[in-house]
Design a protein around this ligand. Structure first.
Ligand code: B12
Length: 356
């Protein structure tokens, strides 16, 4: 069965547009009331959703990780319910998807694909509460709360004061990154998903946090450090979530590493060139969206070909959902957060580091 997973993924990706259109057709036939309730615009959105569903499904099947699709569908349920769209619409959509896959996929590919869809539909019957990421039991919980409320009031001056004062009171940058910025960003995502904050508010909070991180650079870049080696970090092609990789680089700088942070949406060829030009043999690859996993595979394959000695770490939201995914994409290591990544890199054997 497992040798069929990758061809099934490729088949779905190649036929994605036709499959998405057929799913919407079938879904709207099954529920004629949709035309009346949502009209033409609703149909266009439904098509967009069907494309997303198929992209997540294909990648979950390709990686042999049903959790990637189950997690996505559960996430979609929260999104829709918060926007007054009944969960039955999602179920009907997934049932239409299963029917279409049963009709269009070659016989041997039908079982894995349809099984993944069925597990996701079963998962929808389970209650899923998504608690706040600001856990009062965590270090700096009070500061994180104050910081987030300042941002949600569009008051980045006050948010910045809170952080600069904390640094003045000897709270470390690492603690601020891990216990304030990171959980606040996750919480903003949860509030957006639950339709409590708008996309514009999320953009404001994210931009403000990036600005406040920049204010901390005098503490991060120190001229007196001894350089332990050079690490290149990049978000794969298409990936726009770049704060995680940036945070990792900032904290590695504080540990004595020279980091070359390439930011969001970096083309594969660019990553290969930067590694070669800087004689770096450690690459940190970040991906948040499951549908960017093909780009992770691509960059890893290209780096393996160009410089086989490179050690490749991966991380980001997608890898947290399916903790075995890092092996499947061909990476050497995975870490769930910046703190674990620093310990891991610190423990890399000298042969790797000396090759730098
Ligand atoms: C800000 C944000 C955005 C911004 C990003 C801007 C920027 N400059 O980075 C913008 C607006 C661009 C965006 C867009 C989208 N987003 Co968004 N976004 C977020 C949000 C709220 C915060 C991300 C963040 O800053 N996290 C903070 C950092 C510190 O955390 P992190 O990335 O996990 O990184 C840590 C670890 O993972 C690890 N790590 C990260 N990289 C690496 C690499 C290595 C090598 C290692 C070892 C470790 C490591 O270390 C980091 C520090 O500890 C998240 C919520 C969330 N839960 O993450 C949603 C979220 C990720 N987005 C989401 C979605 C749906 C989208 C969009 C599809 C929305 C849309 N319809 O357009 C697009 C996709 C864009 C794309 N093509 O990539 C969903 C994903 C849901 C899912 N099921 O997949 C989330 C979870 C929101 C939600 N709760 O619904 N988003």
């Amino acid at each position: 069965m497992s040798e069929l997973l990758e061809p099934t993924r490729d088949f779905i990706i190649e036929r994605l547009e036709d499959l998405a259109r057929e799913i919407v057709e079938r879904h709207w036939q099954l529920r004629p009331g949709l035309e009346q309730s949502y009209g033409k615009q609703g149909r266009a959105r439904c098509l967009e959703d069907a494309r997303y569903h198929l992209r997540y499904l294909s990648e979950a099947v390709g990686a042999g990780e049903p959790a990637l699709f189950v997690h996505y569908v559960t996430w979609a349920k929260t999104m829709l319910i918060a926007r007054n769209i009944p969960v039955e619409d999602l179920v009907a959509n997934l049932e239409a998807m299963s029917d279409v896959l049963g009709k269009e996929l070659p016989a041997l590919m039908q079982i894995p694909a349809m099984d993944y869809v069925k597990s996701a539909i079963r998962g929808l019957t389970l209650a899923n509460d998504s608690p706040s990421f600001l856990d009062p039991g965590q270090p700096l919980a009070e500061l994180a709360n104050q910081y987030l409320s300042a941002l949600l009031r569009y008051n980045r001056h006050s948010a910045s004061d809170l952080i600069l004062r904390a640094v003045g009171n000897k709270i470390s940058i690492k603690e601020i990154y891990c216990h304030v910025f990171e959980p606040c960003q996750y919480e903003i995502g949860r509030l957006w998903q639950s339709n409590v904050v708008s996309i514009a508010q999320e953009h404001y909070c994210t931009a403000a946090t990036q600005f406040i991180m920049s204010q901390l650079y005098p503490y991060i870049f120190r001229s007196d450090r001894t350089c332990r080696g050079t690490i290149v970090a990049a978000c794969v092609s298409g990936e726009l979530h770049e704060i995680g990789a940036r945070m990792l680089c900032d904290l590695l700088e504080m540990e004595g590493w020279n980091t070359i942070y390439l930011g969001a949406n970096v083309p594969t060829a660019g990553v290969v060139d930067v590694l070669r030009d800087n004689h770096s043999t450690i690459l940190a690859v970040s991906a948040s969206m499951t549908f960017h996993i093909p780009a992770v595979r691509e960059v890893i394959a290209a780096v393996r070909l160009a410089s086989p000695a490179t050690r490749i770490l991966v991380g980001g939201y997608a890898f947290k959902i399916a903790p075995n995914l890092w092996r499947d994409v061909g990476a050497n290591y995975w870490a769930k957060d910046a703190s674990d990544a620093i310990s891991l890199i610190g423990g890399l054997d000298d042969n790797v580091v000396n090759a730098l």
